[in-house]
Design a protein around this ligand. Structure first.
Ligand code: ADP
Ligand code: MG
Length: 343
């Protein structure tokens, strides 16, 4: 195989920035000044601005042994867009900052940016800047996303009301199961490099961890059907830990039903294969990037139009605690670590 490796040092910092950003086309009229100046300029035409940022560090947040750089670029944008949607806002711009060791070539960074640009294109956002630095060891990525929302249409975590329905988009636990599979295959590979990883039949869960999507469709559904959630956040740490944020910040308790938890058939089968409980995966597994939100009971009729939304419980008085009802009729308290006490 031909070895196409271009050292970053052959381009230099400015050459590299230019190389990485040369073909990108601006999509939003609000982008007034983009890459190439001291700062970008955005016009928000009377909307309110939402900003979020995430830092991803090799060895802590991702493992390049099983994470293709293109997927990493895509995911590092998606996790930020998910936070913007979780505010009921529409993302418009991102900046990407990278710390790169000499282990990565220009071609490797090209792959990473291919993923970044694929996410930009799919979600109609403009890359308007960033920063580039050398790193002694490991790849470091920081993405900031900016979005817009009509004045006071943003949705916080602290405004759920008693009796509001708790809803979740998509399905849960798949990303955790995908990660479990990749970690297992990595271990087998380290011990026995001849053995090729066996990911056949597990495309769904591997896709959930390596190529997550942000729930743009849910925010569009709200807009179209005139639904404003009373509280919302994205599920990055796991349902049990994230619902506790809404409860704590809204000063309420909750009741969640095991039988209502959305789990994909592929995830259920994978869980059984690994000897795990699908419910525990759905509750405690992170990185699904689904939305969890609360709505007034009166909006229930509008919700049933969308098959991607499951009602999993409702908000209660704080005195009632944060409760989980199993299929067997037992009640447990939801804790940040999940419900390990159950075992
Ligand atoms: P400064 O010295 O002001 O930090 P830089 O030379 O770092 O400027 O950046 C020049 C331009 O390139 C700026 O518009 C900056 O936002 C953009 N930029 C730098 N690094 C990246 C990157 N990794 N991805 C996208 N844009 C970048
Ligand atoms: Mg700079």
């Amino acid at each position: 195989m031909e070895n196409n490796r271009t050292e970053i040092s052959s381009l230099g910092e400015f050459g590299l920035i230019d190389h990485l950003t040369r073909n990108f086309e601006i999509q939003n009229a609000s982008t007034i000044v983009s890459v190439g100046d001291d700062a970008a300029v955005i016009d928000h035409y009377g909307k309110q601005t939402v900003i979020t940022t995430d830092l991803l560090i090799e060895g802590i947040h991702f493992d390049l042994m099983y994470t293709p750089l293109k997927h990493l670029g895509y995911k590092s944008v998606i996790v930020n867009l998910s936070d913007i949607y979780a505010m009921n806002a529409v993302p418009t711009h991102i900046t990407t900052s990278i710390g790169v060791s000499n282990r990565l070539s220009v071609e490797a960074l090209d792959e990473f940016y291919e993923g970044v640009y694929a996410a930009c294109e799919k979600y109609d956002v403009d890359l308007i800047g960033g920063d580039t630095s050398a790193s002694q060891k490991g790849f470091i990525v920081s993405v900031t996303a900016i979005g817009e929302v009509s004045p006071h249409n943003f949705v916080k975590r602290s405004t759920a009301g008693k009796g509001d329905l708790i809803c979740v988009s998509g399905d849960l636990g798949g990303a955790f199961l995908g990660l479990t599979l990749l970690e297992r295959e990595k271990k087998i590979w380290i011990e026995n490099p001849q053995v090729q990883p066996d990911l056949e039949g597990e495309k769904y869960i591997v896709g959930r961890i390596l190529k997550p999507e942000a729930r743009k469709d849910i925010i569009e559904f709200f807009d179209k059907n005139k639904i404003t959630p009373t509280a919302m956040m994205d599920i990055s740490d796991g349902l049990s830990s994230d619902i506790l944020h809404i409860c704590k910040q809204s000063n309420l308790g909750c009741k969640i039903y095991e039988e209502k938890l959305p789990v994909a058939e592929e995830s259920r089968l994978a869980a059984f294969k690994f000897g795990l409980d699908p419910t525990v995966c759905a509750l405690n597994g992170g990185e699904d990037y689904e939305l969890i939100f609360t709505i007034k009971q009166g909006d229930y009729d509008k919700l049933v139009l969308n098959e991607e939304i499951s009602v999993v419980g409702y908000m209660t008085d704080i005195e009632e605690g944060t409760r989980f009802l199993t299929k067997g009729g037992n009640t447990f308290e939801i804790t940040a670590q999940g419900w390990n006490a159950f075992k």
